[in-house]
Design a protein around this ligand. Structure first.
Ligand SMILES: C[S@@+](CC[C@H](N)C(=O)[O-])C[C@H]1O[C@@H](n2cnc3c(N)ncnc32)[C@H](O)[C@@H]1O
Length: 281
């Protein structure tokens, strides 16, 4: 089939290596068509004629790099996705806060459009029975487009159709008039979360330690094992001794058994006794 833009194997290889170096995403040969359709949109916006032109443009236009990254990330997510994690989190935070009397600190480290972080915030509000639970949530993603959506907290009604009526009434405003068909998360829920751009491949990490829970779900699958290990070795010193790492349903981390021990249900606890400083070096 004739394509709108010239896209050679060399172009594909250049894109693969650029996205792997920048954000860790490993694209298999099978992703050629996906890459074509995602990046073709950038060529249209920039009125370029072929992929090689776009790649040369990327080399000298730093500002385009973010759009390139945004185009190639996969942002599939949902409210209360893998819902057993939120049931587990509720018990974990109640136990930790009653014994330590400290604020429970959570990081949603690849938060996409925000549903994961908002589900954590709703869980905290329900668990402690207050709009101001003793919980802070940092939510980050490398994709700046999804973060803009996350901060806005506005979703199409189809995104919330699996939520209970009670949660809908409690946590969302329904759009009226021009906004019919969309919902907005209540500001009290938003107030618990700080959304920020962050690349898990960054060096160093500006995140302070003493975290009680890290959600790193459905992102490691895009990385190769050495990259996963490097990131896990950075999570390790940030977690409190009783802290937990929540991973995606297909993420197992057997290759990092020296760092994290499975608790079942893709929940991991840090192996204790490791030198907390510089474990990733
Ligand atoms: C499939 S979504 C998962 C969202 C959510 N954690 C969940 O499980 O529903 C994966 C997210 O990881 C983000 N991502 C990919 N590479 C990243 C990196 N190097 N640093 C931070 N986020 C990254 C993508 O932008 C995307 O929003």
């Amino acid at each position: 089939m004739e394509r709108e833009f010239v896209f050679t194997q060399v172009d594909f290889e250049r894109i693969r290596s650029l996205i792997r170096d920048r954000v860790g995403i490993s694209l298999s040969e099978k992703k050629r068509d996906l890459v074509y359709s995602r990046i073709a949109r950038r060529l249209r916006v920039l009125q370029l004629k072929q992929f090689s032109e776009y790649l040369d443009f990327l080399l000298v236009n730093d500002h385009e790099i973010q759009d390139f990254i945004n185009a190639l990330t996969t942002n599939l997510t949902a409210f209360f996705r893998e819902s057993h994690h939120f049931d587990h989190l509720a018990t974990h935070m109640l136990k930790q806060v009653s014994s330590s009397k400290q604020t429970f600190r959570i990081w949603s480290s690849a938060c996409s459009t925000g549903e994961e972080a908002y589900s954590i915030a709703m869980t905290a509000i329900e668990t402690f029975g207050t709009w101001t639970p003793p919980v802070t949530i940092l939510a980050t993603d490398v994709d700046t487009n999804v973060l803009t959506q996350a901060k806005a907290g506005v979703y199409g009604s189809e995104r919330v159709e699996k939520l209970s009526d009670e949660r809908m009434r409690h946590f969302f405003f329904k759009g009226k008039g021009k906004r019919q068909g969309s919902v907005r998360i209540r500001p009290e829920v938003q107030a618990l979360i700080q959304f920020k751009p962050f690349n898990l491949l960054a060096d160093p990490w500006p995140i302070k330690g003493q975290l009680d829970a890290v959600f790193c779900r459905n992102v490691m699958i895009y990385f190769d094992k050495p990259t996963q290990y490097k990131i896990l070795s950075r999570f390790h010193p940030l977690l409190r001794d009783r802290g937990l790492l929540y991973a995606g349903h297909s993420e197992s981390f057997q290759h990092a058994a020296d760092l994290f021990k499975s608790q079942g249900q893709t929940i991991f606890k840090p192996v204790s006794g490791l030198l907390k400083q510089g474990v990733h070096k």
